[in-house]
Ligand binder design. Structure first.
Ligand SMILES: [Zn+2]
Length: 193
């Protein structure tokens, strides 16, 4: 397993990163004890995130953990052990455009066309939830999926829609994301604004 942690070295982001950095300091030994590789990756240029992501493609099971998410070991282990190819741990998300509709922090299911239908079209029980589009905040893409699919998303020199472009591609392949809860903390919009 590779735990890929892209981050912005820009001091402007330090406030939303600090709790995440603390978490990594406190938990890196536990993660390394699992035999995993941790890649903390400073993204200086807008293309760095995608370039590194493409470099890692096909190498190993991959967990992407972005710099403003405070995970838990339990959440990370659940992602790693889950049988599905594409998994996401839900987190609060807020954008101005969502405010008039929901009026509160929007969990993943409200910003995705969620359905309880698996990749093969079969109905899932009510415990399992599936999303078409997700943010990359805390996600797992297993190696099997990577090996079976040459990375086919559209290339743009942007980091902030990498997840959208990736999901557009996986959606076109007929895949959905398996949603994990409870939500983890997101320090970009910690209070929903
Ligand atoms: Zn899963």
């Amino acid at each position: 397993m590779i735990l890929f942690h892209p981050f912005s070295p820009d001091p402007a982001y330090l406030e939303r990163r600090s709790e995440t950095i603390d978490w990594l300091v406190n938990n890196s030994v536990n993660i390394l004890d699992l035999g995993w590789e941790i890649i903390t990756y400073p993204c200086e240029k807008t293309s760095d995130y995608e370039d590194k992501f493409r470099e890692l493609w096909g190498k190993d099971d991959l967990i992407i953990w972005e710099h403003d998410i405070v995970p838990t070991m339990e959440a990370i282990i659940r992602l790693a052990e889950c049988e599905y190819d594409l998994c996401v741990n839900d987190y609060p998300f807020w954008r101005l455009g969502y405010q008039p509709i929901y009026g509160k922090p929007a969990p993943l299911k409200y910003r995705s066309s969620c359905r309880n239908v698996a990749e093969d079209g079969s109905r899932q029980d009510s415990v399992d939830e599936w999303a078409d589009y997700v943010g990359f905040g805390l996600t797992k893409i297993n190696r099997k999926f990577q090996v079976e699919h040459e990375l086919g998303m559209v290339h743009e020199d942007r980091w902030d829609n990498l997840d959208t472009r990736f999901c557009r591609w996986t959606y076109s392949l007929g895949y959905r994301w398996h949603v994990h809860r409870p939500m983890v903390k997101h320090n970009h919009y910690p209070e929903g604004r």
